[in-house]
Design a protein. Structure first.
Length: 152
């Protein structure tokens, strides 16, 4: 299932808003003959990942996200929370997203996962679906970016 985009204003959030994974390197046996195990170079641990944010970039992020979700489920999204640009984009998609979000069922848990470039990532578990939501605010404290997708 493709992620459902609620807003195209994701310039604040690069695709790497998800958890980052560090990878070690393996020797390429195609470039040179393999060395015996006793002569192999020691495997080095990957450098530690940068610490994840422990609090949302915007302290109101969870509260506003819950309000937007509740509004979508009730069929009355509060567009005053959003920038004019985002509100217009959500209005264009409202007939498609409202039944989808309503079908998720009641919210069971909202957990902060991290923040990057001023936007916050949350895991939102409903009774019928597990999702991830990105929410970002502009300098006037209005929601400028909003995206949800199935949980990975």
């Amino acid at each position: 299932m493709k992620p459902l985009l609620i807003a195209a204003a994701l310039l604040l959030v690069p695709a790497a808003a998800q958890a980052q994974v560090a990878a070690g390197s393996l020797p390429n046996s195609f470039d040179a003959p393999a060395r015996p195990a006793s002569a192999a170079a020691p495997v080095r641990a990957a450098p530690p990942a940068a610490p994840a944010a422990t609090a949302p970039a915007n302290p109101r992020a969870e509260e506003v996200l819950r309000e937007i979700i509740a509004g979508a489920q009730a069929g009355s999204i509060n567009y005053a929370l959003m920038t004019d640009d985002l509100a217009g984009k959500v209005r264009e998609q409202e007939t498609a997203i409202q039944p989808l979000i309503s079908g998720f069922g009641p919210v069971q848990a909202v957990d902060f996962l991290g923040a990057q470039n001023g936007a916050d990532l949350f895991a939102v578990v409903f009774s019928n679906a597990a999702t991830q939501w990105v929410i970002g605010f502009d300098e006037t404290d209005k929601v400028a970016a909003l995206l949800f997708r199935p949980a990975e």
